[in-house]
Design a protein. Structure first.
Length: 179
C-alpha cells in the first residue's frame, strides 16, 4: 500500500470509529432510563426514539469509514473490514421496530451478526498487516467472546461495548500502522 494514497482512507476509517463510539456514548448518556450495561446500542436507534438520528449518524459514519478503510487495505483483511462497514450500514438501514420482533428486527439482527463476525475475524486476517500478530489475535479473541456473550447475557450492553470497543481499537491500530 502506498502511504500517500491510503492516508485519507486511514483518516476516514479512524474518524468513523471515533464518531460511532461518540454517538453511542452521547446518546446513551442523554437517554433517561437507558442502561449501557443491560441494553444494546441499537436500542438507541430504535424507531420512535429521540436519539435515533444521532445513533443512525454514528452507524453511517462507522460504515463509510470502515468500507473506505477496507478498500484501501485490500485482501482478506480489507474484505472483512469492508464487510463490517457494509453490515453496519444494514444495521442503520433496518433499525429495531417500535414494538420489537418481526421482519425489521430479524433484518437488523442479521446485519448485526454479520458485522460482529467480520469485526472479530478481521484482526486474525490482518494480524501481519497491523504488524502486531500476537496482539491482533488477542483483539480477535476478546472481540469474538464478548460479542458472543451478548446473546445469552443479562449484561448485553456491557458485553457488546467490550466487544465492539475492542474491535474498534484494533481498527484504529490497523489504520495507524498501515503505511
Amino acid at each position: 500500500m502506498d502511504g500517500v494514497h491510503t492516508r485519507p482512507a486511514r483518516a476516514l476509517g479512524a474518524a468513523g470509529v471515533v464518531a460511532f463510539v461518540a454517538c453511542w456514548a452521547v446518546a446513551g448518556a442523554r437517554r433517561r432510563g437507558y442502561s449501557p450495561v443491560h441494553q444494546a446500542i441499537s436500542q438507541l436507534a430504535r424507531y420512535g426514539t429521540h436519539d435515533r438520528p444521532l445513533m443512525t449518524a454514528g452507524f453511517v459514519a462507522f460504515a463509510v469509514g470502515t468500507v473506505v478503510l477496507g478498500l484501501a487495505v485490500r485482501g482478506a483483511t480489507g474484505a472483512l473490514v469492508a464487510l463490517t462497514g457494509l453490515a453496519t450500514a444494514g444495521v442503520a438501514l433496518f433499525p429495531l421496530s417500535r414494538a420489537g420482533g418481526g421482519t425489521e428486527d430479524l433484518r437488523h439482527a442479521t446485519c448485526a451478526t454479520v458485522a460482529y463476525v467480520a469485526l472479530a475475524l478481521a484482526p486474525l486476517a490482518g494480524r501481519h498487516r497491523a504488524r502486531l500478530p500476537r496482539l491482533s489475535v488477542a483483539f480477535a479473541l476478546v472481540t469474538a467472546v464478548a460479542l458472543a456473550l451478548t446473546v445469552p447475557a443479562a449484561y448485553t450492553g456491557l458485553w457488546q461495548r467490550i466487544g465492539l470497543t475492542t474491535g474498534d481499537a484494533w481498527l484504529l491500530l490497523l489504520a495507524a500502522r498501515l503505511s
